[in-house]
Ligand binder design. Structure first.
Ligand code: FAD
Length: 527
């Protein structure tokens, strides 16, 4: 089933339906569905597809309750099924209730307003229209709780947190936060109405919406969020200690487990998530140079070119400790001076492995993960350090544009990104990750014209990956994949425009430069 000519691809967080799957998917489903029947030649559908993709990303956490699907009626394999569903115009939107065991044409959504926040609210209303028998089993209650039930929680100890969003009756924030957290264990989210003055008084609430948090130990307080917006509430709750994303039942994810050899239990290291750790960057370089690349016996042709450019970029831009930078510079000089078009990797290893600590060149040969620690052996670690390395390099290129002078890369604002793209494509052990990354690069990397845009491009694409991987098996439950930086790290990065979460990219850029800047890299835990 080729997606090539269609408006949606398997990279998008929507389910692509077709004649062979649509009926069995919609019938007797444990979740409700909102399906867009579109036509790939229809101009409106083409224009609307970015909104639908953005909506799907926005409500991805709601999937066990309600899912988004698309079906291309311009594909001749789907002609009959579109006729059967009585689709005459494009796009046509239909809702399908959960737990319906009969073939059903769905309920049309004919609203003229198809903006993301409106459709999201219509989805909430549609869910609430399910009867008790039809209710999607995974969907938490969405009706508002009574004030007395909320007040009864005061001072009580509980197994887990309870968060209450107190708001106006017609506000959707509470229900959206309930759905955002439905895949998380360790807390219950409720909604209560602010029309009860005594509730507001007892909880000390002065404006709506407000969030109130009951801790398991009986402590209770107003939720400390910078802005009382859906994204801020949800992000705050997902990051509470002991709140974890539920493990997926089954989900395929590429093999990211790196063979690190040392399986001895490691001691947890305290760290500050607002810092970058040199130990992660050095461990990443050690793994990359001595393990990942060493699986290539010889480097020649394009691979050798890629390796040379990669070493150029890190030798010139890596804001590391002197012995590491010296090692990288020596490696670069050696590579540039070699007249060979084929290098046995052992020769590179000899240089990298040299024990010339005294001569001032040295790269650790231990894996010491800090900000990239995982709660289990196979999680986080090397891929985390690789992202960290490339973000650091894009920021260095923006802060020190002259650093690449006389390398042939100095005029190129995409130098770091293109080098990363080629490294990932040729050497990164997770091949499927490489394919995904190449798709994103093909789509828009060539539009980057300044070093600042390069910093933002990588940030944006990393968030796209985070969104796709949220809930996947490769996600560490202690480090849920979120849109980053979270509001606690950068409140000014987040805004809401007409009910929709929006990034303030000027603030994001400034934040990224601070976060990945040389002065924010902690040497703690390095040799
Ligand atoms: P990571 O995503 O590795 O992030 C590391 C750190 O970077 C975070 O802790 C945070 O401090 C910071 N950060 C998070 N988001 C951003 C952002 N938007 N901008 C800047 N900094 C940020 N895994 C798959 O299962 N499938 C894939 O297709 C896949 N593709 C990948 C492609 C590339 C190029 C790389 C390097 C990795 C890929 N991975 C993929 C691995 C995956 O993205 C994670 O690296 C891995 O699951 C470890 O996750 P983590 O929790 O450590 O956070």
């Amino acid at each position: 089933w080729t997606q090539a000519a269609h408006l949606y691809s398997s990279e998008d967080p929507v389910t692509i339906l077709h004649s062979g799957t649509v009926k069995q998917t919609l019938q007797n489903s444990s979740s409700a569905w909102l399906v867009q029947f579109y036509s790939s030649w229809c101009g409106h559908c083409i224009q609307y597809s970015p909104t639908w993709k953005a909506l799907a990303g926005d409500v991805k956490d709601w999937e066990p309750a309600i899912q988004l699907g698309v079906l291309d009626c311009a594909d001749e394999k789907n002609f009959d099924v579109c006729k059967e569903f009585g689709v005459h115009f494009y796009p046509t939107f239909r809702y399908f209730k959960a737990r319906n065991n009969k073939f059903d044409l769905g309920k049309p959504y004919r609203g003229a307003n198809r903006e993301l926040p409106t459709v999201r609210q219509v989805m909430v209303n549609f869910l609430q229209n399910h009867s008790q028998e039809e209710w999607p089993p995974a969907c938490p209650p969405l009706e508002s709780s009574r004030s007395s039930d909320v007040l009864a929680l005061l001072g009580k100890k509980n197994q887990q947190y309870t968060a209450v969003i107190i708001e106006d009756e017609n506000s959707f924030v509470g229900r959206e936060v309930i759905l955002d957290l439905m895949q998380y264990d360790g807390l219950t989210v409720m909604r209560a109405l602010g029309s009860d003055a005594s509730l507001l008084e007892k909880l000390g609430i002065l404006s709506l919406p407000a969030g109130y948090l009951f801790h398991p130990n009986g402590k209770h307080e107003l939720m400390k969020v910078h802005k009382t917006l859906r994204f801020f509430f949800s992000s705050f709750l997902k990051l509470l200690p002991e709140v974890r994303r539920k493990k997926p039942q089954s989900s395929r994810s590429p093999d990211l487990a790196v063979q690190e050899g040392d399986t001895a239990a490691t001691v947890w290291k305290e760290f500050d998530k607002s810092k970058v750790y040199m130990a992660d960057l050095e461990s990443g370089l050690h793994f990359l140079l001595r393990i990942e690349l060493a699986s290539h016996q010889t480097l020649e042709g394009k691979e050798l070119e890629t390796f040379k450019d990669f070493v150029t970029v890190i030798a010139k831009l890596f804001p590391g400790q002197q012995p590491v930078v010296k090692l990288l510079e020596t490696l670069l000089e050696w590579l540039v001076s070699l007249p060979l078009d084929r290098i046995p990797y052992d020769a590179i290893l000899d240089l990298v492995n040299n024990k010339m600590r005294i001569s001032g060149m040295y790269l650790t040969n231990k894996l010491e993960w800090v900000g990239c620690q995982g709660s289990q052996q196979a999680l986080r670690r090397y891929p985390c350090s690789l992202w960290t390395l490339f973000h650091t390099l894009t920021v260095q290129a923006a802060e020190r544009p002259d650093a690449l002078a006389n390398t042939g890369l100095e005029e190129n604002a995409q130098a770091v990104l293109q080098t990363m793209r080629r490294y990932i494509g040729s050497f990164f052990g997770c091949q499927e990750c490489g394919w995904h990354f190449e798709e994103m690069a093909k789509e828009s990397m060539d539009q980057v014209t300044t070093h600042n845009e390069a910093v933002l491009w990588l940030w944006r694409k990393h968030n796209t990956v985070n969104n796709r991987l949220a809930g996947a098996l490769s996600e560490d439950p202690q480090f849920p994949k979120t849109q980053w930086p979270t509001p606690d790290l950068c409140p000014a990065c987040h805004e809401e425009v007409e009910g929709l979460h929006a990034w303030n990219e000027k603030e994001v850029l400034a934040f990224l430069k601070r976060h990945y800047g040389a002065s924010n890299i902690s040497p703690k835990y390095t040799a």
